[in-house]
Ligand binder design. Structure first.
Ligand code: AMP
Ligand code: ZN
Ligand code: FE
Ligand code: FE
Length: 292
């Protein structure tokens, strides 16, 4: 089977609606896709309806912003109950932090000479509850300031640049606990991508497994062939699930086409077994996998 377990839609900073992402999944020959918008389940229902109609299997998930030792770590949560109050409250805090920093980022960019307003950015956000730097990039493209999201990040939005502002993120270990308590499965996204690599050595990942981490994303564009080999060995040592994905963002991110990395069949099996166990242990009403 062709399985892609990490994608984004307009329910966060992807450029295609959840339904269009499902259609694109079929066009890319995928059998199973996970929709994992940032910090929100807002895209799930549209995606589930489209996936059922189109005959592709959907694993509902999200990619949550967390922090470890001052570094940002993205945590994939598969099949959690988004109505579990402590989990929902923490996601709301993260979303509020995203909104709060927007004004500051615009002030800084204006001070650096750009003609850009909060309204310009909000015009790009659509239905996304998770406002991110890619939306600012889209506003800069609309105003003719840059030609692409990549250019916006390269000149204005990355750490140390005029448009960068920190935002709230939950402590990683706390979020792993919340995902499990919500009946979901926790998998670290691109662990050795920019930013998180320095804080995620083998000993730390072993500690996180003790805290309830179920897997790591190994097959991802942020990882070199050598990274993938080392991460696979680490996962084998710690008996962690190994996933792979495109981290698709529509045309918002180059070199992240659907299905460019895949999750092995047996690893999806393990993930679904872990999800069933987590749902049972938590007693939460977790969402169904569509079409499997
Ligand atoms: P934020 O959520 O505001 O912290 O912005 C981070 C998001 O921007 C990431 O999750 C990526 O989806 C996206 N991103 C980061 N770098 C780039 C880039 N060079 N081009 C396009 N999107 C990017
Ligand atoms: Zn994103
Ligand atoms: Fe990420
Ligand atoms: Fe992502």
């Amino acid at each position: 089977m062709r399985i892609d377990l990490h994608t984004h839609s307009t329910a966060s900073d992807g450029t295609q609606s959840p339904g269009d992402v499902m259609a694109a999944a079929v066009a890319a020959g995928l059998d199973v896709i996970a929709l994992t918008d940032h910090d929100s389940a807002a895209g799930w229902s549209e995606a589930a309806a489209a996936a059922a109609a189109l005959g592709v299997a959907l694993v509902p998930g999200m990619e949550i912003s967390t922090k470890l030792d001052g570094a940002g770590v993205h945590l994939l949560a598969y099949l959690p109950d988004p109505t579990f109050q402590p989990f929902d409250a923490e996601l709301s805090r993260i979303l509020a932090g995203r909104e709060g920093r927007l004004k500051v980022m615009i002030e800084q960019l204006r001070a650096a000479g750009l003609d850009l307003t909060v309204a310009d950015v909000l015009a790009q956000v659509g239905l996304a509850p998770a406002i991110g730097r890619p939306h600012i990039a889209d506003a800069m493209i609309a105003k003719g300031i840059v030609a692409s999201r990549d250019q916006a990040f390269g000149h204005w939005l990355s750490v140390g640049m005029p448009g960068y502002v920190e935002r709230y993120a939950t402590a990683l270990t706390e979020m792993i606990g919340l995902v499990n308590a919500a009946g979901g499965v926790a998998v670290i996204a691109h662990p050795w991508g920019r930013g998180s690599r320095r804080v995620l050595d083998a000993d730390t990942v072993a500690d996180l497994k003790e805290a309830g981490l179920a897997g790591i994303e190994v097959y991802h564009q942020d990882h070199s062939p050598d990274d993938r080999m080392q991460l696979r060995a680490l996962a084998a040592d710690l008996d962690l699930i190994v996933t792979g994905s495109s981290d698709f963002h529509g045309d918002g991110k180059v070199d992240h086409d659907l299905a460019c990395n895949l999750t092995p069949d047996d690893q999806l099996e393990r993930l679904l077994t872990a999800a069933a166990a987590s749902a049972k242990k938590s007693g939460r009403r977790t969402p169904p996998v569509v079409g499997l």
